[in-house]
Write a protein that binds this ligand. Structure first.
Ligand SMILES: [Mg+2]
Length: 221
């Protein structure tokens, strides 16, 4: 490429050359939600198959999954993720990336999920603490502010095209679609996203040496 020329990037091909930070969604990205929904069904007295089926229907309809409680006619029970819910590929992926990138975990979750994930990444956040939910552009603006770098130097990894991939791309981030969970399998990511089937594939999709900066909240241990 000639000096001063703009880097050629075919339309739809993600650019990751200057990546500094990799931020993960939580549900169905780092965490397997199966047990959480089973506990929720049992707690509400709804057959597990009914709850899972209605959730799938809402995913296809493009309606908020929170409508499930209205449809089954039960109040929403209190539920929270546990450390045992982490997908087997989550910890190994985060450990491999932490030497190269600043890492974060931020999703539409309660504040208690931040504590579960805090030991695994450089920074955490939640819709509950931030007071804004995906897919709002304000959520991704807050994420960029927390990361402390330019949007194009941040990758956001998520399972949901509507909540994660489309708004991340709109905010100028690199978007990585992990194809798992009901939403991840039912919805097709746009060509501008990197696609993976598990987090084991993620490190190879990113540059081998990121532009890692000193973590803003460096801690001992
Ligand atoms: Mg998710």
């Amino acid at each position: 490429m000639a000096l001063g020329a703009r880097p050629a990037r075919p339309s739809g091909r993600p650019a990751v050359a200057n990546l500094e930070t990799v931020v993960f969604d939580v549900g169905e990205t780092l965490v397997d939600e199966t047990s959480l929904w089973e506990r929720a069904a049992d707690s509400a007295g709804v057959p597990r198959f009914t709850l899972m089926g209605v959730l799938g229907g809402l995913a296809v309809r493009g309606e908020p999954h929170t409508r499930v409680w209205e449809l089954v006619g039960r109040p929403r029970p209190e539920t929270a993720f546990a450390a045992a819910d982490l997908y087997p590929d989550a910890r190994p992926c985060l450990e491999r990336l932490r030497g190269t990138y600043r890492t974060g975990a931020v999703g539409n979750t309660g504040v208690e999920t931040e504590e579960l994930l805090r030991p695994l990444v450089d920074f955490v956040g939640s819709s509950a603490r931030w007071g804004v939910e995906k897919p709002s552009p304000a959520f991704f603006a807050r994420l960029v502010a927390e990361a402390g770098t330019r949007p194009e130097r941040i990758a956001y990894v998520g399972d949901r095209v509507d909540n994660d991939i489309v708004p991340a791309l709109a905010a100028g981030l690199v978007a990585v679609h992990v194809r798992r969970g009901p939403w991840g399998l039912l919805h097709e990511a746009p060509p501008g996203a990197i696609r993976i089937d598990s987090l084991d594939e993620l490190p190879a999709k990113l540059p081998s040496s990121g532009r890692r900066r000193r973590p803003l909240d460096a801690r001992s241990g």
